[in-house]
Design a protein around this ligand. Structure first.
Ligand SMILES: *[C@@H]1O[C@H](CO)[C@@H](O)[C@H](O)[C@H]1NC(C)=O
Ligand SMILES: *[C@@H]1O[C@H](CO)[C@@H](O)[C@H](O)[C@H]1NC(C)=O
Ligand SMILES: *[C@@H]1O[C@H](CO)[C@@H](O)[C@H](O)[C@H]1NC(C)=O
Ligand SMILES: *[C@@H]1O[C@H](CO)[C@@H](O)[C@H](O)[C@H]1NC(C)=O
Ligand SMILES: *[C@@H]1O[C@H](CO)[C@@H](O)[C@H](O)[C@H]1NC(C)=O
Length: 476
């Protein structure tokens, strides 16, 4: 999560405004049989702040981690579950104990309590997780939501760190150094690694959670992590990252955590490919950024890629939909992870002021995301299309093809051509479809009456509409 954001929103609006209105334009879109390299791992969210506040709510767990319809009382609406299966658990950096009689955490005056995540390792005096140096009962709500997610089918877990434990840091402040520079002395690299590996081991032995990956740094090259900051963060330069990754690798392996890999930021991953199992990138650069280059670099060294944090403050969902489509078409990630499900100022999928403890309705962005997450499911393969307005995926065992299309122009008839597939349904076959329109009148509403004809599906989309299609009987 960055402190700087939304530099792209104005540009996007300007570009779209230049498009000339056309009464009923047509778009021919070819769905190709070219699959992206690997199978889709899924959709997810980081827990951290929203789960610290609301991690004990079963309704939220159902809404985020199942495909069921769940009544969301604060918003007065029944929500279609997002069916997320990936959970990022935030290892906290804060504790309020006194070390050696006088040393205590130095907290930023600007960090709200809701963003102070409690850490498990209280003082560094013992690495033994059963000693009094560790308190395994802290952070109960974030952990509760992780376990609720697992109960509901979430199957991929990442442990991530926004900052090392406060007592490892030069100024004892988990928001950053005074000037935004390095705050973790080299004498504490090993303790940072021990902290994360010990949590992963404890989670496996005591919570029944196996972390697939540990991400030890969060936007470590950003100089906005300062002691006056509003959240946990730590600048860790590339050389320090290079030094910490092998130490973490050893700490993971020495605990027998054979299924746990390290996920890390691109700048060090190339040098440290042997120790890093996946490249994580954040999606805060919006519509800009070298998505295709990153994907080529990652694939070139055989690594997976996640967009491991996405967030924006456009509650209409338009910005998110455009960026998901850019991601799926250019970055070609194996998974896509929302930063916070609940948040204020249109950042969340569900509106909430976490500090004031007020909960509201789902934004249109929520429904737009459901158009993707409920249909492009883990294990599917993404297919290339020849349009920036559509993404597609296929389930090769059930032979269901999924198309998600978005229109940013006047009413447009989209025709999706499936003639390159070896087998398609007979003419007249009914197509399942759902739409979230730009006016908010239809929020993930079923659309009836669409049929398959002449190896294609045609339908008109209004400006701002995001529509999903499921077509059975399609063979690559
Ligand atoms: C506490 O004291 C021990 C022993 O002198 C020392 O190693 C450790 O660095 C101290 N911890 C802090 C946070 O000052
Ligand atoms: C451990 O954490 C819990 C929850 O925050 C707290 O109630 C308890 O006092 C802590 N125990 C110790 C020994 O600090
Ligand atoms: C949520 O509530 C806000 C404020 O009442 C309203 O502007 C918005 O349209 C609502 N969104 C949805 C998706 O119902
Ligand atoms: C996609 O391919 C179809 C069929 O080949 C073609 O008619 C259409 O113009 C192409 N669309 C784009 C956006 O290139
Ligand atoms: C777009 O389509 C909708 C729904 O069919 C219709 O109500 C609206 O009038 C159309 N708008 C234009 C500009 O044609």
């Amino acid at each position: 999560m960055p402190a700087v954001f939304s530099k792209f929103a104005g540009l996007a609006i300007f570009v779209w405004a230049l498009a000339l209105p056309v009464a009923q334009a047509d778009q021919q879109i070819s769905i190709t049989t070219t699959t992206y390299s690997s199978t889709w791992e899924g959709w997810g969210t980081s827990l951290a702040w929203w789960a610290k506040a609301y991690g004990d709510r079963d309704d939220l767990a159902d809404i985020v981690f199942t495909l069921d319809s769940t009544y969301w009382e604060p918003g007065g609406a029944t929500l279609p579950g997002l069916g997320m299966n990936i959970v990022r658990y935030n290892a906290g950096a804060c504790s309020w104990n006194t070390i050696n009689g006088s040393v205590t955490m130095s907290a930023s005056a600007n960090i709200p309590a809701t963003k102070q995540i409690e850490g498990y390792w209280l003082d560094g005096l013992s690495t033994d997780p059963s000693s009094s140096s560790w308190n395994w009962t802290v952070d109960a709500k974030q952990r509760a939501m992780m376990l609720k997610a697992q109960d509901r089918g979430a199957n991929i877990f990442e442990l991530f760190s926004n900052a090392p434990m406060w007592w490892q840091l030069n100024n004892h402040n988990p928001s950053g150094a005074d000037n935004g520079g390095s705050n973790l002395p080299s004498s504490q690299y090993k303790n940072h690694a021990i902290y994360l590996a010990t949590i992963a081991k404890y989670a496996q032995d005591n919570w029944g959670i196996t972390f697939d990956s540990i991400e030890p740094f969060n936007e470590p090259s950003s100089t906005w992590w300062k002691s006056t900051g509003t959240q946990e963060g730590c600048y860790i330069d590339a050389n320090a990252q290079k030094a910490i990754i092998p130490i973490l690798h050893d700490q993971i392996k020495s605990r027998g955590l054979d299924k746990t890999t390290i996920a890390a930021s691109d700048e060090n991953a190339f040098q440290e490919a042997a120790n890093v199992g996946r490249m994580n990138t954040h999606g805060y650069s919006g519509s800009s950024g070298p998505r295709d280059q990153l994907q080529q670099l990652a694939r070139g060294i055989g690594q997976k890629v996640w967009d491991s944090e996405y967030g924006d403050n456009d509650g209409t969902g338009d910005t998110m939909v455009k960026n998901i489509m850019l991601d799926l078409r250019l970055l070609k990630p194996d998974a896509w992870v929302q930063w916070q499900v609940l948040d204020g100022s249109d950042w969340g999928l569900i509106a909430a002021d976490i500090s004031a403890r007020t909960l509201q309705n789902a934004t249109t962005k929520y429904y737009n995301l459901a158009q993707f997450t409920r249909h492009i499911r883990p294990g599917m393969k993404l297919l290339e299309t020849n349009s920036s307005n559509a993404v597609s995926a296929i389930d090769e065992s059930s032979h269901t093809l999924v198309i998600v299309a978005a229109n940013w122009d006047d009413n447009t008839t989209f025709s999706f051509d499936l003639s390159s597939f070896s087998k398609v349904p007979v003419d007249g076959t009914k197509i399942r479809s759902w739409v979230t329109d730009g006016t908010g009148d239809r929020l993930y509403a079923s659309v009836n009456g669409i049929t398959f004809n002449g190896k294609s599906v045609s339908t008109s989309l209004e400006d701002g509409a995001v529509q999903t299609f499921e077509i059975d009987g399609v063979y690559l």
